[in-house]
Every structure is written in structure tokens, then in C-alpha cells.
Design a binder for this molecule. Structure first.
Ligand code: FPP
Length: 226
């Protein structure tokens, strides 16, 4: 039987370089990147073997970017969530943000909560946007939560206390770098990693389809022998 990529996670890198290569500002790349988020989410929602898609939209380290770029990303995110609510509902897609949302503006937090609640009943794809997310931060928050509850820390209890308690099957990074950048560190313990030079705004359903085809041929041993 071939592998099914039930949980796909993507590090969407390369928006800035894509825009600069066209003589445009980096923000233009982020705008195009948001369109690709919609395309790839819809692709996953129409392939029922894919249960979960987690996208790295803003890391705990991204606050170090120039203030104007950070502000632009915040506005873009809010606009995306407001505009795309019909896409979530029509596609039966549940929106589950992950990350520490406490640092966002109250307006953005309200929009995030609204879309999360409005799609709670959806039973198809779970689309998670990682927002002010860092894998190390997520693990520390989960461990603290267990300590405060005086609960034993085990692999299972820590997994359940994470923002995202689901193992990643297939992790893709666009943009040419071969690193995890603090994304889903715990959940990717046995993920298959695919790196592509394609910049995120040029990433397509066809390329995702090709990667999934390759993923299905990989022998996954999870530390055992076959
Ligand atoms: C990396 O490109 C991308 C980001 C830091 C943010 C990802 C954001 C988007 C895909 C658009 C907005 C998303 C949503 C959900 C509305 P980069 O800026 O690091 O590119 P570079 O490596 O070429 O500089």
C-alpha cells in the first residue's frame, strides 16, 4: 500500500526574492504568496486523503523584519482571513490557527477568532496557519501547561498539549534553503522532507502533485525495519 500524506506542512519561503527579481517591492511578493495560499489550500481540500495542511505564515522570529513589512504582513493576513471566509465554508475547510496569538492586535485576534469559530463545524480539510509560531516556543508552552497542571510529562501528554497535536507526514520548503527554521519540530520527527528551489509565489498545484507522487513511493520505516 502506498503512503498517504495525511498531514502536509509547508514553509512558504521566497516571496521577497520573487518580487525583487521582478523589480517590485517585497510586499508585492507577499500579496502573490497569499494567492498561492488560497490555491494550495483549495487543492488540498479537494483531495480527501489530505486531512491537514499547516502553513508557516509568521514565525516568532519574523518580528525582526522591518516594521513596515511586519505591518504589511499583519494587514495582509487580516484581509486574507476576511476575504477567504467563503472559500473556507464552501470547501468545508476548518481553520485552526497555531502559535502564540497574544502578541497580535485585538482587531487581528478578533478576525482570527471569528474565522476559527465560523468554520468550527467544517468536517473536511483542517487548514492551520502558523502565526507568531515557533516550534521551540510551542514545546515550552506545552511543557509549562503540564507543569502548572501538575501532570506527568510523557510523549503522549506533551503531544496533546501542543498547539498542533498531529504528526507531519510530508514537510515541504520552497525557496531553496534546506532547513526547518523552527517549524513543527516535534511533529516532524518522522516527516519526509522535500526541498524545492521554486519560490513560493511560483509554487503550483502541479508541483505539489509531483511531490506527493514521490512521497507515495518512499519507504517509511519509523525507526523499524521492513
Ligand atoms: C517568506 O518569504 C514568507 C514569509 C515570511 C511569510 C509567508 C507569508 C505569505 C505566504 C503571505 C501571507 C500569508 C497569508 C496566509 C495571508 P520571504 O519574505 O522570507 O522571502 P525571501 O526569502 O525571498 O526574502
Amino acid at each position: 500500500m502506498s503512503n498517504q500524506p495525511r498531514h502536509i506542512a509547508i514553509i512558504m519561503d521566497g516571496n521577497g526574492r520573487w518580487a525583487e527579481s521582478k523589480g517590485k517591492t517585497r510586499t508585492f511578493g507577499h500579496e502573490k504568496g497569499a494567492e498561492v495560499v488560497r490555491t494550495i489550500t483549495t487543492y488540498c481540500a479537494t483531495h480527501p486523503e489530505i486531512e491537514r495542511l499547516t502553513l508557516y505564515a509568521f514565525s516568532t522570529e519574523n518580528w525582526k523584519r522591518p516594521k513596515l513589512e511586519v505591518e504589511f504582513l499583519m494587514k495582509l493576513l487580516e484581509k486574507y482571513l476576511k476575504n477567504e471566509l467563503p472559500t473556507y465554508l464552501e470547501g468545508n475547510i476548518r481553520f485552526e490557527p497555531i502559535g502564540d496569538l497574544s502578541l497580535f492586535s485585538s482587531s487581528l485576534r478578533k478576525t482570527i477568532t471569528h474565522v476559527r469559530e465560523a468554520t468550527e463545524h467544517c468536517t473536511g480539510l483542517v487548514q492551520s496557519l502558523a502565526l507568531n509560531y515557533g516550534g521551540q516556543d510551542e514545546i515550552v508552552r506545552a511543557a509549562n501547561q503540564l507543569c502548572e497542571a501538575n501532570a506527568p510529562i510523557t510523549t503522549e501528554s506533551l503531544t496533546q498539549a501542543l498547539d498542533c497535536p498531529s504528526d507531519v507526514d510530508l514537510l515541504i520548503r520552497t525557496g531553496g534553503d534546506n532547513r526547518l527554521s523552527n517549524f513543527l519540530l516535534w511533529q516532524s520527527a518522522y516527516a519526509e522532507l522535500f526541498f524545492t528551489d521554486t519560490l513560493w509565489p511560483d509554487f503550483s498545484e502541479n508541483e505539489l502533485n509531483d511531490i506527493i507522487r514521490k512521497f507515495k513511493t518512499v519507504e517509511r520505516r519509523f525507526g523499524g525495519i521492513n
